[in-house]
Design a protein around this ligand. Sequence first.
Ligand SMILES: *Cc1c(COP(=O)(O)O)cnc(C)c1O
Length: 362
Amino acid sequence: MTLYRPVQAIIKLAALKHNLQQVRKLAPKSKAMAVIKANGYGHGIQRVANALSACDAYGVASIDEAIALRQSGLLHRIVLLEGLFSEAELPLAINHRLDFVVHAFHQFDWLDSLSGTQHVTLWLKFDTGMHRLGFDLSDVDKVAKRLSKLKCTAQVHLMSHFSCADTDEAYTLTQLQHLLDVDKTFQAPKSIANSAAIQRYPQAHLDWVRPGIMLYGASAGLPEFEAESIALKPAMVLKSKVTSLKWVEAGEAVGYGGIWQAEKPTLLAVVAVGYGDGYPRHAPAGTPVWIHHRKVPLAGRVSMDMITVDVTELADDIRIGDEAVLWGEGVTVDEVAEKCGTIGYELLCQVTPRVPRIEIEE
Ligand SMILES: *Cc1c(COP(=O)(O)O)cnc(C)c1O
């Protein structure tokens, strides 16, 4: 028997499947590349891949993730979203039948070594305004020339990435137009839409959509009313238990640094979760925790293994061993993220390996 601290991340497979269906409803004509980088946004890459087997391809960030998926018997297309990091990855990518992004000329140098009997599937990435990875728009002809000189057979896709799909419509539509202009040269299947664009810009769906965060049921940064209209389900419930209860007097300071003081006699619950589990240390007092179907406020600094919560309003009912949900039920990961000045993406990715992921079908 394995004994754990009470903290657990419940992973709901049905929610992942439901969220992929929502992607299909929004983008019925496009193929869907499920983005499962960063260990499936913290949910466990293998389990997420299995749950999302109805997708058309997977997108990952590194070749070790991709090879592990192949070795588990996965036959889907797998795309290395950041491309190859070194020439040594090229034979591995070919042997494991991995698609990869080509975003810079040094990667073409590596491809030049391939022979006429070899076959690669490339996703040419153009920088339409994000200014991170991708060929400059002014290099379209140069890229086309390098492509035509390859001895290997190359199946080509075009892609780009939106930088402001959640905030700036004009900029987003300009990026889209740039990709369509690039396509006049290549006439290839195209992909640009992340979760925010899938939800907001049907004209950007093109041949392949690339949902990430929405598959996990968290917000892609859109206003709440827009996100709610799509009915995504959170795939992770991070929860733990109350391990201690204690009354403190008005004026008593709580936790490291004594930064929080009780204003009145206060019942404090200690919950077994902390930054060692990935609960953000910078969560301020007042960050909601879901206990007994109520939002109750965090009080005092987050410790490595524990938090303290003001449960005075639950004094009549609360008991040691009661469940406390940090996010995923009653409280969304986005609410917690907002309090902490970050985004749900980061909190999901940061759940540490010591937190057991418990998968449930429902
Ligand atoms: C991470 C990523 C996505 C998914 O973005 P979300 O905002 O999580 O939907 C799509 N495309 C690329 C290239 C990515 O790196």
